[in-house]
Design a protein around this ligand. Structure first.
Ligand code: DX5
Ligand code: ZN
Length: 243
């Protein structure tokens, strides 16, 4: 049966900013002050960050609970100029897709380790809702596991820490997966974006960019001390050094 709500809400996702070697910094609001998310988003805008990373955790797939589609919908009111990239760390990703369409998400990424059904099928389902579809893998999951699903993914998220918590240290070996993805993307003539998430700071950001990442998610290093503009400047400066 067609879902009329979804039909009505369907929208074209904002085109992701150009790939090429333009590297995008995506603040993760997991590290923002939850009692004032509006100000957190306004600070991101002032720092010229429009790509916002939203971590949804269910307390099952990871040992932490964050927020869900309701909170995302309420912060969407801060502006339509943001690109909302939702990272699902949940055991049943499918049940979140339609509420996330309604909440104003533009990209939804789920973990291959969580998919209870055919992964390609779920990626196609996300695209059919008018969203971009992302596939993520934990630090110990090999890239080989996601190769069969590449053609249905707009984004591949390489977890550079164990998912669940901000403020951890990047696991250097995970950047080998970024290099492997760059190679495979080229080999298969595909165009998915490569995103890294976890432990990105001015020391590690240049390493992630050198490995070939297109999108850097950063939580604590963006929101530390509430000085978003200053922190973003440091991160961007660290990346600029190597480009
Ligand atoms: C962790 C989340 C991350 C987190 C990153 O599981 O997926 O998005 O916010 O936080 P930092 O940048 O502090 O490692
Ligand atoms: Zn995340």
């Amino acid at each position: 049966m067609p879902n009329t709500l979804i039909t009505r809400k369907r929208r074209k996702p904002s085109p992701p900013p150009a790939r090429g070697r333009a590297v995008h910094l995506a603040p993760s609001i997991l590290s923002a002050d939850f009692k004032d998310l509006r100000s957190a988003l306004v600070s991101c805008r002032q720092a010229d960050c429009r790509w916002i990373h939203l971590d949804v955790m269910d307390g099952h797939f990871v040992g932490n609970v964050s927020f869900g589609p309701g909170v995302i919908e309420s912060i969407r009111s801060v502006g339509k100029d943001f690109f909302f990239d939702v990272h699902l760390m949940v055991t049943d990703p499918r049940m979140y897709i339609k509420p996330l369409v309604q909440a104003g998400a533009q990209c939804v990424t789920f973990h291959i380790e969580a998919a209870r059904e055919d992964t390609s099928n779920l990626l196609r389902h996300i695209r059919r809702q008018g969203l971009q579809a992302g596939l993520s893998l934990r630090p110990r999951t090999p890239v080989a596991e996601i190769i069969p699903h590449f053609e249905h993914a707009d984004l591949v998220l390489v977890m550079t820490v164990e998912p669940g918590f901000g403020g951890q240290k990047l696991i250097p070996a995970t950047l080998n997966k970024v290099r492997e993805l760059v190679h495979l993307r080229e080999k298969f003539g595909l165009s998915f974006m490569i995103q890294v998430d976890g432990g990105i700071n001015p020391d590690t950001a240049p390493l992630a960019v050198a490995a070939g990442s297109d999108v850097l998610v950063a939580g604590s290093s963006v929101f530390r001390g509430g000085k978003v503009k200053e922190n973003v400047k440091h991160l961007r400066r660290s990346i600029a050094q190597i480009r």
